[in-house]
Design a protein around this ligand. Structure first.
Ligand SMILES: O=C(O)c1ccccc1NCC(=O)[C@H](O)[C@H](O)COP(=O)(O)O
Length: 214
């Protein structure tokens, strides 16, 4: 079995970007959500994106954003994919995919089996479902270092590509892959030394752990 693909989310400095590339991650996440400690402006994203071009895929993360906000980010950062991390419906996801012509990922917050079942409704509207932990009301909708019961998505055989996020770090990612068989893992706070501060050695250790998991 090939090792799981890796996305390092919340990249906000050139050093963190280079660490993700050096460790052979497949994707970086650029967070366009002002409340996040990892948020980048379109101008900052443009610089990071230019440096990343052709070296790693760039996923822009949005929370119930307007077409204008997404268009500004797309124009600045030439994103390869949009990750929708709010309450976006399948119809909204399909509309964004048609409008911007890039892959669309939908993050689904999971606490129960019913949350996992929601994925089916997005099958025709998105390119990938990212199962992530449900966060407390009023908190950030992601990037909180919280995990969920991985048995809920163990060897998920849904109608669309998928990945796992939420509380993953170098110490637990091998177990997460073993339990779920996920083809993609996504981490943010698990490779930070403080909220919003990526740690190059933790990025390297995470990617190494994913590859060692096989
Ligand atoms: O990272 C953020 O600050 C963020 C803010 C708002 C919505 C989503 C956010 N992150 C989404 C991600 O893709 C994270 O990688 C994912 O939630 C996992 O985060 P973590 O549990 O910290 O690894």
């Amino acid at each position: 079995m090939p090792s799981a693909g890796i996305k390092i989310c919340g990249i906000n400095t050139p050093d963190a970007l280079e660490a993700a590339i050096k460790s052979r991650a497949a994707h970086i996440g650029l967070v366009f959500f002002p409340r996040s400690p990892r948020a980048v402006t379109p101008a900052e994203a443009a610089q990071l994106s230019a440096r990343a071009e052709g070296r790693i895929s760039r996923v822009g993360l949005f929370v119930d954003a307007s077409d204008t906000a997404i268009g500004d980010a797309m124009g600045a950062a030439r994103l390869d994919a949009l990750q929708l991390h709010g309450e976006e419906t399948p119809e909204r996801a399909a509309q964004l995919r048609a409008r911007f012509g890039v892959s669309v990922w939908k993050a689904l917050p999971v606490a129960t089996a019913r949350d996992v079942e929601r994925a089916a409704a997005y099958a025709d509207a998105v390119d990938l479902i990212l199962f992530d932990a449900k966060t407390p009301k009023g908190a950030l909708p992601g990037g909180m270092g919280l995990s969920f019961d991985w048995s809920l998505i163990a060897h998920w055989k849904g109608p669309v590509a998928w990945g796992l996020a939420g509380g993953l770090d170098a110490a637990n990612v091998a177990e997460a892959i073993r339990m779920t068989g996920t083809p993609l893992v996504d981490t943010s706070s698990g490779v930070e030394s403080a909220p919003g501060v990526k740690d190059e050695s933790r990025i390297a250790a995470f990617c190494r752990a994913v590859r060692e998991a096989g």
